[in-house]
Each structure stands twice: as structure tokens, then as C-alpha cells.
Ligand binder design. Structure first.
Ligand code: NTF
Length: 841
């Protein structure tokens, strides 16, 4: 390729080629240069914001040279690539991550200090990239980190929302949502105005036979919206590999507003088209585990899928390979059903645009896609109304009907005469209006379907997708248990613990092979080691205590047991069970003598998490937590024995402070409802124990760390259905301790009880769907065991060390290797290590 460029030009390019800086002096030089030129400031008016900007730009320059090298390498090697399609990427902050991954954080720390700044202050200037709701979006972010760290040629494709997940404020105990405009200054993205795709909506389909008698469908009319690419470099840890996350932003295809209308004085409608187009990528839908079926959401999905597939197909076509080789070159993973339209879009491209026949195209499509299911909750399974589809994407609806017809024909051949089966598995639900079942479409259009933890994968095989297991055979369905990146969730969030582990295991190798943590087992009874281990936990708790003081005004004792539940607020995750347990504890303390109180382990109950703006019950739970805190925290009978904290605006960067500071964390969903959970893994990896139900990844965590090191309680998934049935059709008596809790709430002890009527009522009068009462006794008893265990600090610390030592399995590197082998069939493609990576240990 190089030979095409004349020699003298080549020389000039090479002579001045950008070289990544490595030394402290070079770093400072780059920072000063960016302050003085890019930002047009000077040493006299460089505040922390400007220093953050300049430091980020210095690191961005470094990343981008590696990014270029990686992309060139991947293009020339022409091997199979992975495309991870996710409507959410919950990235959090990028600067700290970039510094650690290229191994230059200490260099930057010294450099910044010489320029007059503390690195922590600079890191804290950054606004989180919060393009996700919770676990699903954060999983995508961990996967990008792992794919780059393992040198997989892999791209993420998503939407560049102008507004990420809202900011949460707590006003008088209530959640208030504030828009999250995060793009004010974002040095981590590269607008690619040269990479645009025009995406069509609405219109109609004209069908005819061409001269060869072939059926042709033309989708015409409607409107066009332009997708513009924004690229974000994703650096791997201790490797030059820097992958790409491409986010699409929408704008009007004309790029301008309507001048004719403008000139005739119709100012409002002259900008209307532009605004309509920009609305598509304006805001992230703030629902977690809930599908709302709004047209704009379907528009987002198609906009993103169409632009991404156009891009992928364009890249493939440059290789001049035969279409049949498409699945050998490309693996596309669907992060939940949100990108399922990609299946239909690829089929459309192949048959309508590229002229392949149906079967040939369909074989390519199904061999390309893999689908990950992340939930069994019925309210979260996506369905789209057929009339909505017909209007917005008429050609796609036709193709879906054809996919369904061929699929049902194959089912009929396999199970002749089984009408019920046909109705059950049809991609079209025969309701009023008819609905497209996206999960079924995703299964039919993929070669592999996976759940995200063993229990969850078993559940999908035996419940929601059981007919499909009969139809396609069991091999199509598999499990890949979720994981987390140890780079962010140990090294970055808990640097002192990471350092201690490195000192005992021979360096930072454990960050690339988390099973190395096993070596810590031999220190589980080492006095000196345990002391350092405990000191680090204490320091992390002090840090969180300071944060709590500064944000809520409440003083908490860092020696108390820190009990943390941070995650989206949802009835199935059962924060209500936790707060009822707290009220029960409050009642118990109030009834104790002074002598008895002395024996109790002091506790701080910490909550955090956002409620979807339209989820009234979740908001009620937040309100109750805050009101309980207001009463308990100032009750002199209670003192340090119990504090109740609600941390505002839980997000990734706050999780980095909160996670290392837990003694125990709560993962207490109704059995069978939490597909995996990933914060459970983060807390254990940071030396905290878990109280949890037999649900999601808790089960595998128990298998790995041993049942002596976890506090499990509650009914099992297999009993849930029967219990619900008894609630509704048998006798339903509430747990007597829970009744006392309800009585206290009803006495207006936490403000007007009317505000909590729906919450208590859902349990007393409406069937207690989430089994709060059924699990209450077991929960309270198990919390008492936690109190007892915590009193023996020596044993407690040993438990936490053993647990960390056994967490290697939960690295997202392990998951990515499993996806690569079982689903994608791709190999790593290392980039030569010529330019200087930092050698920091
Ligand atoms: C979530 N699913 C699950 O609720 C979590 O248990 C799981 O850890 C994450 O996915 C990641 O796998 C969803 O957010 C969704 F969208 F599927 F409902």
C-alpha cells in the first residue's frame, strides 16, 4: 500500500510522524502546549477545568496515535472482527482509565504536581459519560475494556445521546430529575464529519417483477435523517491496542434549515425539520428493565442499526470478498433485543440492495448474529406494535412477516399439526393490535443465544424460550456468565488494595489474569497482611464517610459496619425489603436496654440508585428511605448504632468511591428475577461480603468463594411460582415482624403514612408479587448472623481475603474469551509494541 505513495512524500510523512510521548517532561510540555494554544490560556489563568482539559488532550493525542496504528493493523490483517451493538455504554470517566491503561498515571501525577495541580482534583473535573441506565450499559463498557485489553479487533456501535441518564437530586426526600447535558466539553470524541449515513423512515414499498421475472421491492418516499459518526478511542490495558467505539449523532439530511420557509418569514417551521432530526439522538430512555414501546425509541433503534450496518457492510465490500464470506469476517453481537432490527436490515440489504436470493442471504444473516438476553421480566421483553412498524418501517415489516412465515413453516415440518406451538412461537403475537416479539425475532435470526449467568441461562431455556430449545436444539442456547473489568473496578477504584495485591503476587499481572488472585489464599491467616488489608478497608470507609458528610451532612462512624445497596431502584431488586429490615432494626434498638445496646454492632445502611421517572413505586421507596433516615439519624436513643443514608445521583464515578468501602453489600432480588447482577462481583472483589438471595451470579459467586463466605437467605427460584399462587388463591398471612414495621409506618412515624400506602398495600393487599413477606424472616435472621460475624473481625478479614482470592472467574476478560470462542469465532490480533507504553507497576 505504501508503495503507491511517491518516495519523497513518504519520507516527509515518516519524518514528522506523531510519536506518543512517554516521559514526564514530554507530558508537561504537551499540557502547557494545550493550555497555551488549544485552550488559549496561560499559567496565570489555568484553573482546574483547563488543566483537566489540557491533560486529557495530552492523553487523547497519545491514544489516537495508537488508535491509528491499531486500525491500520486490523485493516491490513483483514481478519474477523467483532461488532458489539449496544444502545447503552455506561463508560464513566475516561482520563483516569486512559492514564492507567497506558501505564502513565504516576508520570502524569508528578507532571501535574510540578505544574501546581493535584491529580485527584483534575480527575474529578471530568463529567461522567453516562450513556446507560445500569448493569446492561456498564457491562458493555467492561466488555469494550476487555476486548481491547485482550487485543480483539472489536468495535462498539452506539448512539451519541446529547443527554445521558438524568442527574438525580433529592429534594425533601423525593427524587427530582435534572437533565444531563454532558457534551459541553468532551475531549474524548472525534467528530467524523466525513463519515455520514443517510437513514430512511416512513414512506412505502413498491413491488414489481423485473425483466428476469424476479420479485423486486423498492422502499421509497418518507424522510431522511443523517447519521454522523463520533469516534471514541478505547485503550486496552498495557497493550497498544486501541479499539473504536463509534457513536451516531442525528441531524437533518440537508444540514441546513429550510431557507425558503425562513425567507418567507416562517421561522418556526423552517427549523422544525432540523429539530425533528436531532431529536432522534437527543436523549437516552431512562428505563431499566422496562419496555415502553414509544415510537421515538423505535426510531432510535433503527437509526443506529441502519447507520452501523451500512458502515459494517461498506467496510466488508472494500475487501472484495464473496458475500458468503461475510460471517467469516464479521461477528455482530446484539446486546439485548434493542438492536434486533439489525437482523432485518442485513437481510434487506442483501436481498433488496445486493440482489442475493432469500435463502443465501438468510444463511449469511443467521451466521453473523449472536443475541444476549439480559432479563426474563415480562415487562422488559420488547414488543412493537405492528401498525407502528407498518408506518415507520414498512419494508422491514414485510421482511419480518417473511422471516416468520419461513420459520413457522419449518416448525410445522418439525411438529406437524401443533397449532398451539405455532401460536406460542410466532414472531407476531396475535393480539389487538398485533405485536412483533423482538426476542423471538432475535432468536430466529441468530446462531447463538446466551443468558448472562447460569441460573438465568437455565431459566430462559426452561421458561420463556423453551419451545425454541425444542425447535433449534439445545446447542443454540448457551451461558456466558457476566464479568467486570478488574482494571476499573480494582486498580482504578481501589489503588491501595491493588498495590498490596501487586506486592504479594509479583506485580500487576493479576490485572490481566485475574486467577493470579489465588495466590492471596496463602495470606489469609498472615497477621501482617491482614493488618494492611484491614487498614485499606478502613481508609476506604473513611473516604466514603467524608463523602457522606459533605453531601448529606450526616456524620457516620467509619468503624461501624457499612451495609450498602446501590443499584437502580426496582421492586424486583427489593430495596423495600432492605428498608423494612432497617425499620425492624430501629424498632429492636428502641426496645433494647442500654446494656443490650452496647453489645450491638453499629451499622450504617447506605442506599443509592435512580428510579425511572415514571416508576411511581420506585420513587416511593426512595421517599421512604429518606424519611426513615431523617427520623433515625437524629434519634438520641440510636446514636451510632444505626444511620440511614441515601446517596444522591449514584453513577459510575461514585461507584468507584462506594464499592471499595463496603463491609457488606445487598443483592437481594426475588429469586429468579435478577439475570446476573455485576455490582455483586465488584463488591466482593474489593473485600466486601455479600448478603444475597440465590439469584443471578450470586449463585456462582458462592460456588467460587465458598458458602462460608456469603450470607444467603430466602426462597428459591423454583418455589416462587407456587408462593405467588398461594398469595393470590390461598391464605396470605404476613410475617409478624413485618406487620410491626408496617404498623410503625402507619403511625406516621416517618411522615404522612398516606405517602407509603401503595408500597405497604402492594404487599398486604395485592399479592406481594416480589415475596417480601415470605423472605422477611429469613432476611432478618441472616442480618443477625452478619452482626455476629462482624464482631469477630479476625475471621471476617480472613473471609474477605479468601473471597477476593477466589474471584478470578468474574473478570470480564474470561467472559470475552468465552464469547470469542463459543460465539464469535475470532482470534486476538496483537499490535506490535513499538511505541513506548508506560512501564508502571
Ligand atoms: C440487566 N438487564 C439485568 O437486570 C442484570 O441482572 C444484568 O447484570 C445486566 O442486565 C447485565 O447483563 C437489563 O438491563 C435489561 F435491559 F435486560 F432489562
Amino acid at each position: 500500500v505504501e508503495a503507491l505513495i511517491p518516495e519523497h512524500q513518504r519520507d516527509a510523512w515518516k519524518k514528522f510522524q506523531a510519536k506518543p510521548w512517554v516521559s514526564k517532561d514530554d507530558f508537561e510540555k504537551e499540557v502547557v502546549r494545550h493550555v497555551e494554544t488549544t485552550l488559549a490560556r496561560s499559567m496565570f489563568n489555568c484553573d482546574e477545568t483547563a488543566a483537566y482539559a489540557a491533560a486529557s488532550l495530552a492523553f487523547r493525542d497519545r491514544l489516537i496515535t495508537e488508535w491509528n496504528r491499531t486500525q491500520q493493523r486490523q485493516t491490513f490483517a483483514d481478519t474477523k472482527r467483532v461488532y458489539y451493538l449496544s444502545l447503552e455504554f455506561l463508560m464513566g470517566r475516561a482520563l483516569d482509565n486512559a492514564m492507567l491503561n497506558v501505564g502513565l498515571k504516576n508520570v502524569a501525577k508528578e507532571g501535574l504536581s510540578e505544574l501546581g495541580f493535584r491529580i485527584e482534583d483534575i480527575i474529578n473535573q471530568e463529567h461522567d459519560a453516562a450513556l446507560g441506565n445500569g448493569g446492561l450499559g456498564r457491562l458493555a463498557a467492561c466488555f469494550l475494556d476487555s476486548m481491547a485489553s485482550l487485543n480483539f479487533p472489536a468495535w462498539g456501535y452506539g448512539l451519541r445521546y446529547k443527554y445521558g441518564i438524568f442527574k438525580q437530586e433529592i429534594v425533601d426526600g423525593y427524587q427530582v430529575e435534572v437533565p444531563d447535558y454532558w457534551l459541553d466539553f468532551n475531549p474524548w470524541e472525534f467528530p467524523r464529519h466525513d463519515i455520514v449515513v443517510d437513514v430512511q423512515f416512513y414512506g412505502g414499498v413498491r413491488k414489481y417483477q423485473d425483466d428476469d421475472g424476479k420479485n423486486v421491492a423498492v422502499w421509497e418516499g418518507g424522510e431522511i435523517v443523517r447519521a454522523v459518526a463520533y469516534d471514541v478511542p478505547i485503550p486496552g490495558f498495557n497493550t497498544p491496542t486501541t479499539n473504536n467505539m463509534r457513536l451516531w449523532s442525528s441531524k437533518a439530511a440537508s444540514g441546513e434549515f429550510d431557507f425558503q420557509k425562513f425567507n418567507s418569514g416562517d421561522y418556526e417551521s423552517s427549523v422544525a425539520d432540523q429539530q425533528r432530526a436531532e431529536t432522534i439522538s437527543a436523549v437516552l430512555y431512562p428505563n431499566d428493565n422496562l419496555d415502553r414501546g414509544k415510537e421515538l425509541r423505535l426510531k432510535q433503534q433503527y437509526f443506529w442499526v441502519a447507520a452501523s450496518l451500512y458502515d459494517i457492510v461498506r467496510r466488508f465490500k472494500k475487501s472484495k470478498r464473496a458475500w458468503s464470506e461475510f460471517p467469516d469476517q464479521i461477528a455482530i453481537q446484539l446486546n439485548d433485543t434493542h438492536p434486533t432490527l439489525a437482523i432485518v436490515e442485513l437481510q434487506r440489504i442483501l436481498i433488496d440492495m445486493e440482489g442475493l436470493d432469500w435463502d443465501e442471504a438468510w444463511a449469511i444473516v443467521t451466521n453473523t448474529f449472536g443475541y444476549t438476553n439480559h432479563t426474563v421480566l415480562p415487562e422488559a421483553l420488547e414488543k412493537w406494535s405492528v401498525p407502528l412498524f407498518q408506518n415507520l418501517l414498512p419494508r422491514h415489516l414485510q421482511i419480518i412477516y417473511d422471516i416468520n412465515m419461513f420459520f413457522l413453516q419449518s416448525v410445522e415440518r418439525k411438529f406437524p399439526g401443533d397449532r398451539d406451538m405455532l401460536a406460542r412461537v410466532s414472531i407476531i403475537e396475535e393480539s389487538q393490535p398485533k405485536m412483533v416479539r423482538m426476542a423471538f425475532l432475535a432468536i430466529v435470526g441468530s446462531h447463538k443465544v446466551n443468558g448472562v449467568a447460569e441460573l438465568h441461562s437455565d431459566l430462559i431455556r426452561t421458561t420463556i424460550f423453551k419451545d425454541f430449545v425444542k425447535i433449534f436444539g439445545p446447542d443454540k442456547f448457551t451461558n456466558v456468565t457476566n464479568g467486570i473489568t478488574p482494571r476499573r473496578w480494582l486498580h482504578q477504584a481501589n489503588p491501595r488494595l491493588s498495590e498490596l495485591i501487586a506486592s504479594k503476587t509479583g506485580g500487576l499481572g493479576f490485572l490481566k489474569d485475574l486467577n493470579v488472585l489465588n495466590e492471596l489464599e496463602k495470606f489469609a491467616d498472615d497477621k501482617e497482611f491482614k493488618k494492611e488489608w484491614a487498614e485499606i478497608k478502613y481508609a476506604n470507609k473513611v473516604k466514603l464517610a467524608k463523602y457522606i458528610k459533605s453531601t448529606t451532612g450526616v456524620t457516620v462512624n467509619p468503624s461501624a459496619l457499612f451495609d450498602i445497596q446501590v443499584k437502580r431502584i426496582h421492586e424486583y431488586k427489593r430495596q423495600q425489603l432492605n428498608i423494612f429490615g432497617v425499620i425492624h432494626r430501629y424498632l429492636t434498638i428502641k426496645a433494647m436496654t442500654a446494656e443490650e445496646r452496647k453489645k450491638l454492632a453499629p451499622r450504617v445502611s447506605i442506599f443509592g440508585g435512580k428510579a425511572a421517572p415514571g416508576y411511581w413505586m420506585a420513587k416511593t421507596i426512595i421517599h421512604l428511605i429518606n424519611n426513615v433516615g431523617a427520623v433515625v439519624n437524629k434519634d438520641p436513643d440510636v446514636g451510632d448504632l444505626l444511620k440511614v443514608i441515601f446517596l444522591e445521583d449514584y453513577n459510575v464515578s461514585k461507584a468507584e468511591i462506594i464499592t471499595p468501602a463496603s463491609d457488606i453489600s445487598e443483592h437481594i432480588s426475588t429469586a429468579g428475577t435478577e439475570a446476573s447482577g455485576t455490582s455483586n462481583m465488584k463488591f466482593v472483589l474489593n473485600g466486601g461480603l455479600i448478603i444475597g438471595t440465590c439469584d443471578g451470579a450470586n449463585i456462582e459467586i458462592t460456588r467460587e468463594i465458598g458458602e462460608n463466605n456469603i450470607f444467603l437467605f430466602g426462597n428459591l427460584a423454583e418455589d416462587v411460582e407456587d408462593l405467588r399462587h398461594t398469595h393470590n388463591y390461598g391464605s396470605h398471612t404476613l410475617d409478624p415482624d413485618l406487620v410491626k414495621v408496617f404498623d410503625l409506618i402507619k403511625s406516621d412515624a416517618f411522615g404522612d403514612a398516606g405517602a407509603f400506602g401503595a408500597l405497604t398495600g402492594s404487599i398486604e393487599d395485592h399479592g406481594d408479587y416480589y415475596l417480601v413477606s415470605d423472605d422477611f424472616h429469613s432476611y432478618i435472621k441472616t442480618q443477625a448472623l452478619v452482626d455476629e460475624a462482624y464482631k469477630n473481625q479476625d475471621e471476617w478479614i480472613t473471609k474477605t481475603i479468601l473471597s477476593v482470592a477466589r474471584m478470578g472467574f468474574f473478570s470480564s476478560d474470561r467472559c470475552i474469551n468465552e464469547y470469542a470462542e463459543m460465539i464469535w469465532n475470532v482470534e486476538p490480533l496483537p499490535v506490535e509494541k513499538e511505541s513506548g507504553l508506560g512501564k508502571e507497576e
